[in-house]
Design a protein around this ligand. Structure first.
Ligand code: ATP
Length: 391
């Protein structure tokens, strides 16, 4: 068998890594490739704020799960300490005594190869399969391979393909700026966002796509409008615009779910319900939506609570909670008597707008013979009191 060995920090694993493995498999006709994330890299520091080794291992598994003939091994991470390739190859040689080992690496690794621990032994254990990470690197790759061949008898195979010009370092810089989705496997990106690894914030187009896919198509326009209004209100009143966007985009993601699914989600995320909520599925979507925003999309507590309270409101609402409640109420697709007055007030006196909003929803429920939720009644009393004091 021809077995490739691809080590790295994979912090995080990206599409450039997966592509390199696919190309090596195809061009060298490898039977399989072992991808081996290191515990501690010998040649560089692990960047501050990086996830732990187990998390990198999980990301690496996600990053390579669709690459055929490829398996991710935890042998270096479970060995712990600094991961020297020579130790790994010795073990692999024992495990595969008569197979041919290929050590896969990009230019950056080949250029510093003579600094690797026991590199001459590595050359006896494996053939180097080398590839350029950028077009301009080919010459130095050839020169270095030739040098290693003449000096140490290195056996080298060149794998020619146009590598993706990306690096984990570059991606770590992009993630907090709402970038990186296009150079990571979807599963890796989803996991990074879910846990907000590397200080990541979701790309807004990605988040919208995910959120809209969870909606009934007719509700998309409402959510788009809500995002627009939430941003305008946040700017007007000094709330956090970024959080307002995330909350607005996600606020209705479980709206279409029926009561049984809502109850399942409540059980899954440990959401406690009062008697009214147990019967009234409509009131549950704000709680289950908040839980999914937090546990699946990694939103912080402020966003969580803004979604949580967006249907009933409550006493002591934060500025972001008020913004999302109001944006949901006045977004452009809403059409009911009094909405224009509410829109005007929302930008001139937010608390007066909330008072009117709570009052209007209570009146509407009474008209429809539905008992208003006591949290909305409490919210109305609370906001009225504040508004009276202001007058
Ligand atoms: P960092 O930016 O943190 O140094 P990296 O992107 O170089 O990370 P590593 O995990 O250090 O990724 O690299 C593992 C292996 O993958 C190395 O052999 C490296 O040359 C190779 N490699 C990294 N990026 C690419 C790429 N875009 N195309 C092909 N090979 C790559």
């Amino acid at each position: 068998m021809k077995i490739g060995v691809f080590g790295g920090t994979f912090n995080p694993p990206h599409l450039g890594h997966a592509e390199a493995v696919r190309e090596c498999i195809a061009r060298l006709r490898l039977d399989k490739v072992l991808v081996i994330p290191n515990a501690l890299p010998p040649h560089k520091e692990i960047a501050d704020g990086s996830p732990d080794a187990e998390t990198r291992l999980r990301l690496t598994r996600l990053g390579f799960e669709h690459v055929k003939h490829c398996a991710v091994s935890d042998m270096e991470i479970s060995r712990g300490g600094v991961s020297y390739t020579v130790d790994t190859l010795r073990r692999l040689r024992e495990r595969y005594p008569s197979d041919k080992l290929y050590l896969l690496m990009g230019t950056d690794m080949l250029m510093c190869f003579e600094r690797w621990r026991d590199f001459e032994e590595i050359l006896r254990l494996a053939t180097l399969a080398v590839f350029a990470r950028r077009g301009g690197e080919r010459k130095e790759l050839f020169r270095q391979s030739e040098k290693l061949r003449l000096a140490y008898g290195a056996q080298t195979r060149f794998v020619e393909f146009d590598a993706l010009d990306v690096s984990s370092t570059g991606i770590r810089a992009l993630l907090p700026e709402r970038g990186g989705a296009d150079v990571l496997a979807p599963e890796v990106y989803g996991e990074i966002i879910k846990r907000r690894l590397y200080g990541a914030k979701p790309e807004l187009e990605w988040l919208r796509r995910k959120a809209y896919a969870m909606l009934e198509p007719k509700r998309v326009a409402h959510v788009k409008g809500c995002e627009r209004e939430a941003v305008r209100l946040a700017q007007r009143w000094g709330a956090d615009v970024e959080r307002a966007r995330e909350a607005a985009i996600l606020h209705d993601i479980t709206k279409k779910e029926k009561l049984d699914e809502q109850l399942r989600l409540c059980a899954k995320y440990g959401i406690l319900l009062d008697e009214v909520e147990k019967r009234e599925g409509k009131l549950l979507h704000s709680k289950t939506g908040a839980a999914i925003a937090k546990y699946e999309f990694g939103c912080d507590d402020e966003v969580y609570w803004a979604i949580y309270w967006h249907t009933t409101g409550k006493e002591d609402m934060s500025l972001l909670e008020k913004v999302i409640y109001m944006a949901d109420y006045i977004e452009p697709t809403r059409d009911f008597e009094g909405v224009d007055e509410l829109r005007r007030l929302a930008f001139s006196d937010l608390d007066r707008a909330l008072e009117l909003g709570f009052q209007m929803s209570i009146d509407d429920m009474v008209r429809r013979d539905i008992r208003p939720h006591e949290r909305t009644l409490g919210a109305l009393e609370w906001i009225k009191k504040g508004n009276r004091q202001q007058r």
